[in-house]
Design a protein around this ligand. Structure first.
Ligand code: C5P
Length: 408
Protein backbone atom coordinates (compact mmCIF):
# COMPACT_ATOMS: atom_id res chain seq x y z
CA UNK A 1 0.00 0.00 0.00
CA UNK A 2 1.49 3.37 -1.01
CA UNK A 3 1.87 5.97 1.77
CA UNK A 4 -1.41 7.68 2.60
CA UNK A 5 -1.87 11.26 3.60
CA UNK A 6 -4.69 13.23 5.17
CA UNK A 7 -5.40 16.93 5.21
CA UNK A 8 -6.20 17.69 8.86
CA UNK A 9 -8.22 20.79 9.69
CA UNK A 10 -7.83 21.64 13.39
CA UNK A 11 -10.72 23.75 14.65
CA UNK A 12 -10.73 26.02 17.70
CA UNK A 13 -11.87 24.02 20.70
CA UNK A 14 -10.35 22.74 23.91
CA UNK A 15 -10.09 19.27 22.29
CA UNK A 16 -7.65 20.69 19.72
CA UNK A 17 -4.73 19.48 21.84
CA UNK A 18 -5.84 15.88 21.19
CA UNK A 19 -5.26 16.39 17.46
CA UNK A 20 -1.54 16.43 18.30
CA UNK A 21 -1.85 12.90 19.64
CA UNK A 22 -3.84 11.99 16.53
CA UNK A 23 -1.05 13.25 14.24
CA UNK A 24 1.45 11.17 16.21
CA UNK A 25 -0.67 8.02 16.16
CA UNK A 26 -1.29 8.37 12.41
CA UNK A 27 2.44 8.91 11.83
CA UNK A 28 3.19 5.64 13.66
CA UNK A 29 0.91 3.91 11.19
CA UNK A 30 2.54 5.48 8.17
CA UNK A 31 -0.23 8.02 7.53
CA UNK A 32 1.02 11.55 6.92
CA UNK A 33 -0.90 14.69 7.95
CA UNK A 34 -0.73 18.10 6.31
CA UNK A 35 -2.42 20.56 8.66
CA UNK A 36 -4.65 23.61 8.35
CA UNK A 37 -5.01 25.38 11.68
CA UNK A 38 -7.97 27.75 11.96
CA UNK A 39 -7.47 31.13 13.60
CA UNK A 40 -9.42 29.92 16.65
CA UNK A 41 -7.35 26.72 16.57
CA UNK A 42 -4.17 28.75 17.11
CA UNK A 43 -5.64 29.82 20.49
CA UNK A 44 -5.38 26.20 21.66
CA UNK A 45 -2.34 24.75 19.88
CA UNK A 46 0.59 26.54 18.30
CA UNK A 47 1.59 26.19 14.64
CA UNK A 48 5.07 25.32 15.89
CA UNK A 49 3.98 22.25 17.88
CA UNK A 50 1.81 21.07 14.97
CA UNK A 51 4.69 21.54 12.50
CA UNK A 52 7.09 19.71 14.80
CA UNK A 53 4.78 16.69 15.05
CA UNK A 54 3.59 16.57 11.44
CA UNK A 55 7.02 17.39 10.03
CA UNK A 56 5.34 19.71 7.54
CA UNK A 57 4.53 23.35 7.02
CA UNK A 58 1.27 24.36 8.75
CA UNK A 59 -1.28 26.43 6.80
CA UNK A 60 -3.29 29.12 8.56
CA UNK A 61 -4.02 31.98 6.13
CA UNK A 62 -6.29 32.14 3.09
CA UNK A 63 -4.66 35.29 1.74
CA UNK A 64 -1.03 34.41 2.29
CA UNK A 65 1.12 35.27 -0.70
CA UNK A 66 3.93 32.90 0.26
CA UNK A 67 1.55 29.98 0.90
CA UNK A 68 -0.33 30.60 -2.35
CA UNK A 69 2.85 30.58 -4.40
CA UNK A 70 4.03 27.34 -2.75
CA UNK A 71 0.67 25.56 -2.73
CA UNK A 72 -2.62 27.26 -3.66
CA UNK A 73 -5.69 26.62 -1.51
CA UNK A 74 -7.36 24.60 -4.29
CA UNK A 75 -4.32 22.38 -4.62
CA UNK A 76 -4.15 22.07 -0.83
CA UNK A 77 -7.77 20.86 -0.73
CA UNK A 78 -6.90 18.03 -3.13
CA UNK A 79 -3.42 17.18 -1.94
CA UNK A 80 -4.55 14.38 0.39
CA UNK A 81 -6.57 11.15 0.17
CA UNK A 82 -8.98 12.27 2.89
CA UNK A 83 -9.91 15.53 4.60
CA UNK A 84 -10.35 15.20 8.38
CA UNK A 85 -11.78 18.00 10.51
CA UNK A 86 -10.76 17.38 14.13
CA UNK A 87 -12.05 18.84 16.32
CA UNK A 88 -15.01 19.87 14.17
CA UNK A 89 -16.52 22.79 16.07
CA UNK A 90 -20.20 23.78 15.81
CA UNK A 91 -19.07 26.88 13.90
CA UNK A 92 -16.95 24.99 11.36
CA UNK A 93 -19.80 22.56 10.68
CA UNK A 94 -22.30 25.41 10.25
CA UNK A 95 -19.94 27.07 7.76
CA UNK A 96 -19.55 23.84 5.80
CA UNK A 97 -23.33 23.36 5.66
CA UNK A 98 -23.85 26.81 4.18
CA UNK A 99 -20.87 26.74 1.85
CA UNK A 100 -19.03 29.68 3.43
CA UNK A 101 -15.57 30.35 2.06
CA UNK A 102 -14.25 33.18 4.21
CA UNK A 103 -11.15 31.53 5.64
CA UNK A 104 -8.70 28.83 4.60
CA UNK A 105 -10.51 25.94 6.39
CA UNK A 106 -14.00 26.69 5.02
CA UNK A 107 -12.66 27.45 1.52
CA UNK A 108 -10.78 24.15 1.50
CA UNK A 109 -13.89 22.24 2.57
CA UNK A 110 -15.85 23.83 -0.26
CA UNK A 111 -13.14 23.23 -2.87
CA UNK A 112 -12.17 19.65 -2.05
CA UNK A 113 -13.03 16.68 -4.25
CA UNK A 114 -11.93 14.18 -1.57
CA UNK A 115 -14.01 12.35 1.09
CA UNK A 116 -14.49 14.39 4.27
CA UNK A 117 -14.59 13.11 7.87
CA UNK A 118 -15.78 15.41 10.67
CA UNK A 119 -14.94 14.56 14.27
CA UNK A 120 -17.08 16.84 16.43
CA UNK A 121 -16.24 18.05 19.93
CA UNK A 122 -18.18 20.70 21.81
CA UNK A 123 -20.17 21.50 24.92
CA UNK A 124 -23.15 19.17 25.47
CA UNK A 125 -25.77 21.95 25.04
CA UNK A 126 -24.14 23.11 21.82
CA UNK A 127 -24.11 19.49 20.57
CA UNK A 128 -27.76 18.94 21.46
CA UNK A 129 -28.95 22.26 20.02
CA UNK A 130 -31.41 21.92 17.14
CA UNK A 131 -29.17 24.04 14.90
CA UNK A 132 -26.18 21.71 15.36
CA UNK A 133 -28.30 18.58 14.90
CA UNK A 134 -29.86 20.03 11.71
CA UNK A 135 -26.38 20.87 10.40
CA UNK A 136 -25.11 17.36 11.11
CA UNK A 137 -28.09 15.81 9.29
CA UNK A 138 -27.38 18.09 6.30
CA UNK A 139 -23.66 17.28 6.28
CA UNK A 140 -24.47 13.55 6.27
CA UNK A 141 -26.97 14.07 3.46
CA UNK A 142 -24.18 15.85 1.55
CA UNK A 143 -21.98 12.75 1.90
CA UNK A 144 -19.77 13.91 4.78
CA UNK A 145 -19.01 11.26 7.43
CA UNK A 146 -19.70 12.73 10.87
CA UNK A 147 -18.58 10.67 13.88
CA UNK A 148 -20.69 10.54 17.02
CA UNK A 149 -18.94 12.24 19.95
CA UNK A 150 -18.21 10.38 23.19
CA UNK A 151 -20.33 10.81 26.31
CA UNK A 152 -18.61 11.87 29.53
CA UNK A 153 -17.38 14.73 31.71
CA UNK A 154 -16.38 17.87 29.82
CA UNK A 155 -13.67 20.47 30.28
CA UNK A 156 -16.44 22.99 31.06
CA UNK A 157 -17.66 20.89 34.02
CA UNK A 158 -20.83 19.56 32.35
CA UNK A 159 -21.54 15.92 31.48
CA UNK A 160 -23.01 14.36 28.34
CA UNK A 161 -22.37 13.79 24.63
CA UNK A 162 -19.90 16.16 23.01
CA UNK A 163 -16.46 14.85 24.01
CA UNK A 164 -14.01 14.18 21.19
CA UNK A 165 -14.03 10.41 20.47
CA UNK A 166 -10.96 8.55 21.76
CA UNK A 167 -7.95 8.81 19.43
CA UNK A 168 -7.93 5.02 18.63
CA UNK A 169 -11.56 5.30 17.46
CA UNK A 170 -10.66 8.23 15.21
CA UNK A 171 -7.64 6.34 13.84
CA UNK A 172 -9.83 3.24 13.10
CA UNK A 173 -12.30 5.45 11.23
CA UNK A 174 -9.56 7.17 9.21
CA UNK A 175 -7.95 3.83 8.32
CA UNK A 176 -11.32 2.41 7.21
CA UNK A 177 -11.86 5.44 4.95
CA UNK A 178 -8.34 5.24 3.51
CA UNK A 179 -8.43 1.54 2.67
CA UNK A 180 -8.09 1.00 -1.07
CA UNK A 181 -11.00 -0.58 -2.89
CA UNK A 182 -9.30 -3.33 -4.80
CA UNK A 183 -12.38 -4.96 -6.35
CA UNK A 184 -11.23 -8.26 -4.90
CA UNK A 185 -14.76 -9.65 -5.13
CA UNK A 186 -15.02 -9.19 -8.91
CA UNK A 187 -16.73 -12.24 -10.42
CA UNK A 188 -18.45 -13.14 -7.11
CA UNK A 189 -22.19 -13.00 -6.51
CA UNK A 190 -23.31 -11.70 -3.12
CA UNK A 191 -26.88 -12.04 -1.86
CA UNK A 192 -27.90 -9.73 0.99
CA UNK A 193 -31.22 -9.39 2.84
CA UNK A 194 -32.17 -6.16 4.58
CA UNK A 195 -34.98 -4.33 6.33
CA UNK A 196 -38.02 -5.74 8.10
CA UNK A 197 -40.68 -8.08 6.71
CA UNK A 198 -44.35 -7.21 6.76
CA UNK A 199 -46.88 -9.93 7.59
CA UNK A 200 -50.47 -8.98 6.65
CA UNK A 201 -53.43 -9.31 8.99
CA UNK A 202 -55.89 -7.93 6.45
CA UNK A 203 -55.56 -5.62 3.42
CA UNK A 204 -54.59 -2.63 5.59
CA UNK A 205 -52.90 -4.02 8.72
CA UNK A 206 -49.68 -5.94 9.28
CA UNK A 207 -47.12 -7.19 11.83
CA UNK A 208 -43.63 -5.73 11.36
CA UNK A 209 -40.67 -4.19 13.24
CA UNK A 210 -38.56 -1.02 13.31
CA UNK A 211 -35.64 -2.21 11.14
CA UNK A 212 -34.44 0.75 9.01
CA UNK A 213 -32.46 -1.33 6.50
CA UNK A 214 -29.44 1.02 6.87
CA UNK A 215 -26.87 -1.63 7.82
CA UNK A 216 -28.00 -4.11 5.12
CA UNK A 217 -28.06 -1.46 2.38
CA UNK A 218 -24.61 -0.21 3.33
CA UNK A 219 -23.23 -3.78 3.33
CA UNK A 220 -24.67 -4.28 -0.16
CA UNK A 221 -23.00 -1.02 -1.26
CA UNK A 222 -19.63 -2.03 0.29
CA UNK A 223 -19.69 -5.43 -1.44
CA UNK A 224 -20.50 -3.74 -4.76
CA UNK A 225 -17.59 -1.35 -4.16
CA UNK A 226 -15.36 -4.44 -3.74
CA UNK A 227 -16.47 -5.51 -7.22
CA UNK A 228 -19.11 -8.15 -6.33
CA UNK A 229 -22.36 -8.55 -8.28
CA UNK A 230 -24.88 -7.87 -5.53
CA UNK A 231 -28.54 -8.88 -5.21
CA UNK A 232 -30.23 -7.07 -2.34
CA UNK A 233 -33.53 -8.62 -1.22
CA UNK A 234 -35.23 -5.98 0.87
CA UNK A 235 -38.36 -5.69 2.95
CA UNK A 236 -40.25 -2.37 2.90
CA UNK A 237 -37.89 0.54 3.72
CA UNK A 238 -37.57 3.95 2.16
CA UNK A 239 -33.90 3.78 1.11
CA UNK A 240 -32.74 4.13 -2.50
CA UNK A 241 -31.00 1.14 -4.16
CA UNK A 242 -27.22 1.52 -3.70
CA UNK A 243 -25.31 2.13 -6.92
CA UNK A 244 -24.60 -1.02 -8.93
CA UNK A 245 -26.85 -3.22 -6.76
CA UNK A 246 -29.86 -5.22 -8.05
CA UNK A 247 -32.72 -4.52 -5.66
CA UNK A 248 -35.55 -7.05 -5.23
CA UNK A 249 -38.37 -5.69 -3.09
CA UNK A 250 -40.48 -8.10 -1.03
CA UNK A 251 -42.99 -7.83 1.79
CA UNK A 252 -43.32 -11.09 3.69
CA UNK A 253 -40.77 -13.57 5.07
CA UNK A 254 -41.99 -16.23 2.66
CA UNK A 255 -41.53 -13.86 -0.30
CA UNK A 256 -38.05 -13.01 1.03
CA UNK A 257 -37.08 -16.68 1.19
CA UNK A 258 -38.39 -17.31 -2.33
CA UNK A 259 -36.56 -14.27 -3.73
CA UNK A 260 -33.33 -15.51 -2.07
CA UNK A 261 -33.75 -19.03 -3.43
CA UNK A 262 -34.48 -17.63 -6.90
CA UNK A 263 -31.29 -15.54 -6.72
CA UNK A 264 -29.04 -18.58 -6.00
CA UNK A 265 -26.38 -19.61 -6.83
CA UNK A 266 -24.37 -17.07 -4.85
CA UNK A 267 -20.88 -17.15 -3.36
CA UNK A 268 -21.85 -15.08 -0.32
CA UNK A 269 -25.12 -14.84 1.62
CA UNK A 270 -25.52 -12.19 4.33
CA UNK A 271 -28.75 -12.24 6.30
CA UNK A 272 -29.13 -8.75 7.73
CA UNK A 273 -32.93 -8.56 7.53
CA UNK A 274 -35.01 -8.47 10.70
CA UNK A 275 -37.36 -11.23 9.59
CA UNK A 276 -40.66 -11.40 11.50
CA UNK A 277 -40.65 -14.66 13.46
CA UNK A 278 -44.41 -15.17 13.06
CA UNK A 279 -47.17 -14.35 10.61
CA UNK A 280 -50.94 -14.43 11.00
CA UNK A 281 -52.10 -17.87 9.81
CA UNK A 282 -54.73 -16.24 7.65
CA UNK A 283 -54.70 -12.76 6.18
CA UNK A 284 -58.35 -11.65 5.91
CA UNK A 285 -59.26 -10.55 2.39
CA UNK A 286 -61.48 -7.79 3.76
CA UNK A 287 -60.61 -5.27 6.47
CA UNK A 288 -61.32 -6.80 9.91
CA UNK A 289 -64.26 -5.05 11.55
CA UNK A 290 -64.77 -4.14 15.16
CA UNK A 291 -67.03 -6.77 16.69
CA UNK A 292 -68.29 -4.49 19.47
CA UNK A 293 -69.22 -5.62 22.97
CA UNK A 294 -65.55 -5.49 23.96
CA UNK A 295 -64.68 -8.53 21.83
CA UNK A 296 -61.43 -8.45 19.89
CA UNK A 297 -60.52 -10.89 17.13
CA UNK A 298 -58.11 -13.70 18.06
CA UNK A 299 -55.05 -13.73 15.80
CA UNK A 300 -53.58 -17.16 15.29
CA UNK A 301 -49.89 -17.08 14.43
CA UNK A 302 -47.72 -19.47 12.43
CA UNK A 303 -43.93 -19.58 12.53
CA UNK A 304 -42.13 -18.06 9.54
CA UNK A 305 -39.38 -19.93 7.71
CA UNK A 306 -35.90 -19.22 9.04
CA UNK A 307 -34.23 -17.89 5.90
CA UNK A 308 -30.69 -17.96 7.26
CA UNK A 309 -31.03 -21.54 8.52
CA UNK A 310 -32.64 -22.69 5.27
CA UNK A 311 -29.88 -21.22 3.07
CA UNK A 312 -27.17 -22.49 5.48
CA UNK A 313 -28.49 -26.04 5.22
CA UNK A 314 -28.92 -26.17 1.44
CA UNK A 315 -27.45 -29.41 0.08
CA UNK A 316 -27.13 -27.95 -3.39
CA UNK A 317 -26.20 -24.34 -4.09
CA UNK A 318 -25.13 -23.49 -0.51
CA UNK A 319 -23.13 -20.25 -0.77
CA UNK A 320 -19.47 -20.75 0.21
CA UNK A 321 -19.77 -18.07 2.91
CA UNK A 322 -23.01 -17.65 4.90
CA UNK A 323 -23.14 -14.80 7.44
CA UNK A 324 -25.86 -14.13 10.01
CA UNK A 325 -26.51 -11.21 12.32
CA UNK A 326 -27.23 -11.53 16.02
CA UNK A 327 -28.68 -8.58 17.85
CA UNK A 328 -28.50 -9.30 21.57
CA UNK A 329 -29.08 -7.29 24.72
CA UNK A 330 -27.01 -9.46 27.11
CA UNK A 331 -24.43 -12.29 27.10
CA UNK A 332 -23.71 -11.17 23.55
CA UNK A 333 -20.85 -13.46 22.64
CA UNK A 334 -22.28 -16.62 24.24
CA UNK A 335 -25.64 -16.20 22.51
CA UNK A 336 -23.99 -15.33 19.20
CA UNK A 337 -21.72 -18.42 19.32
CA UNK A 338 -24.76 -20.60 20.01
CA UNK A 339 -26.54 -18.97 17.08
CA UNK A 340 -23.60 -19.73 14.80
CA UNK A 341 -24.05 -23.46 15.53
CA UNK A 342 -27.87 -23.43 15.50
CA UNK A 343 -28.21 -21.60 12.21
CA UNK A 344 -25.36 -23.51 10.53
CA UNK A 345 -23.73 -20.33 9.21
CA UNK A 346 -20.00 -19.61 8.89
CA UNK A 347 -19.78 -16.20 10.57
CA UNK A 348 -21.99 -14.24 12.94
CA UNK A 349 -21.89 -10.47 13.24
CA UNK A 350 -22.93 -9.86 16.85
CA UNK A 351 -24.07 -6.49 18.08
CA UNK A 352 -25.22 -5.31 21.45
CA UNK A 353 -28.53 -3.51 20.91
CA UNK A 354 -29.09 -2.64 24.57
CA UNK A 355 -27.80 0.92 23.90
CA UNK A 356 -28.53 3.33 21.05
CA UNK A 357 -27.45 1.13 18.12
CA UNK A 358 -30.90 0.24 16.76
CA UNK A 359 -31.93 2.84 14.19
CA UNK A 360 -28.74 4.81 15.04
CA UNK A 361 -25.84 5.67 12.75
CA UNK A 362 -23.08 3.80 14.57
CA UNK A 363 -22.55 0.19 15.51
CA UNK A 364 -20.16 -1.75 17.74
CA UNK A 365 -19.83 -5.35 16.66
CA UNK A 366 -17.93 -8.57 17.31
CA UNK A 367 -17.24 -10.87 14.36
CA UNK A 368 -17.53 -14.50 15.43
CA UNK A 369 -15.96 -17.13 13.19
CA UNK A 370 -14.57 -20.64 13.72
CA UNK A 371 -11.24 -18.89 14.37
CA UNK A 372 -12.61 -16.98 17.38
CA UNK A 373 -14.00 -13.58 18.31
CA UNK A 374 -12.79 -10.36 16.74
CA UNK A 375 -14.07 -7.26 18.62
CA UNK A 376 -14.24 -4.06 16.57
CA UNK A 377 -14.36 -0.55 18.06
CA UNK A 378 -17.56 1.48 17.76
CA UNK A 379 -17.74 3.10 14.31
CA UNK A 380 -20.26 4.42 11.75
CA UNK A 381 -22.39 1.70 10.10
CA UNK A 382 -20.71 2.44 6.74
CA UNK A 383 -17.29 1.76 8.28
CA UNK A 384 -18.58 -1.55 9.72
CA UNK A 385 -19.77 -2.47 6.21
CA UNK A 386 -16.46 -1.51 4.55
CA UNK A 387 -14.50 -3.55 7.09
CA UNK A 388 -16.82 -6.55 6.73
CA UNK A 389 -16.54 -6.41 2.91
CA UNK A 390 -12.79 -6.33 3.34
CA UNK A 391 -12.82 -9.40 5.65
CA UNK A 392 -14.96 -11.23 3.09
CA UNK A 393 -12.58 -10.27 0.27
CA UNK A 394 -9.65 -11.56 2.37
CA UNK A 395 -11.52 -14.82 3.01
CA UNK A 396 -12.00 -15.37 -0.71
CA UNK A 397 -8.39 -14.44 -1.37
CA UNK A 398 -7.46 -17.19 1.11
CA UNK A 399 -5.75 -15.01 3.69
CA UNK A 400 -8.48 -14.87 6.36
CA UNK A 401 -7.08 -16.18 9.61
CA UNK A 402 -8.21 -19.72 10.19
CA UNK A 403 -11.24 -19.52 7.94
CA UNK A 404 -12.07 -22.52 5.82
CA UNK A 405 -14.66 -21.75 3.22
CA UNK A 406 -17.03 -24.45 2.02
CA UNK A 407 -15.96 -25.99 -1.31
CA UNK A 408 -16.08 -23.30 -3.94
O1 C5P B 1 -32.82 -16.08 15.67
P1 C5P B 1 -32.59 -14.64 15.39
O2 C5P B 1 -33.77 -13.96 14.76
O3 C5P B 1 -32.01 -13.84 16.52
O4 C5P B 1 -31.41 -14.68 14.29
C1 C5P B 1 -31.00 -13.57 13.61
C2 C5P B 1 -30.44 -13.95 12.26
O5 C5P B 1 -31.29 -14.88 11.61
C3 C5P B 1 -30.34 -12.77 11.32
O6 C5P B 1 -29.24 -12.99 10.47
C4 C5P B 1 -31.67 -12.83 10.57
O7 C5P B 1 -31.56 -12.20 9.31
C5 C5P B 1 -31.88 -14.32 10.44
N1 C5P B 1 -33.31 -14.76 10.40
C6 C5P B 1 -33.83 -15.31 9.23
N2 C5P B 1 -35.13 -15.75 9.21
C7 C5P B 1 -35.89 -15.69 10.31
C8 C5P B 1 -35.38 -15.13 11.51
C9 C5P B 1 -34.08 -14.67 11.52
O8 C5P B 1 -33.13 -15.38 8.23
N3 C5P B 1 -37.16 -16.14 10.26
Amino acid sequence: MSAKRILLVIGGGIAAYKSLELIRELGRRGIGARVILTKAGTEFVTPLSVAALSGEKVYTELFSLTDETEMGHIELSRSADLVVVCPATADLMAKAVHGHANDLASTTLLATDKPVLMVPAMNVRMWQHGATQRNIAQLRADGVTVMEPDVGPMACGEFGPGRLPDVPRIVAQIEAMLRPRQKRLAGRHALVTAGPTREPLDPVRYISNHSSGKQGYSIAAALAAEGARVTLVSGPVSLPAPEGVTLVKVETAREMLKACEDALPADIFISVAAVADWRPVKAADKKLKLKGEGKSPAIELAENPDILRTISHKKKKRPALVIGFAAETHDLERHASEKLARKGCDWIVANDVSGDVMGGLENEIALITQAGIDRWPRMPKEAVSARLAEKIAEAFAGDADGLSLAAE
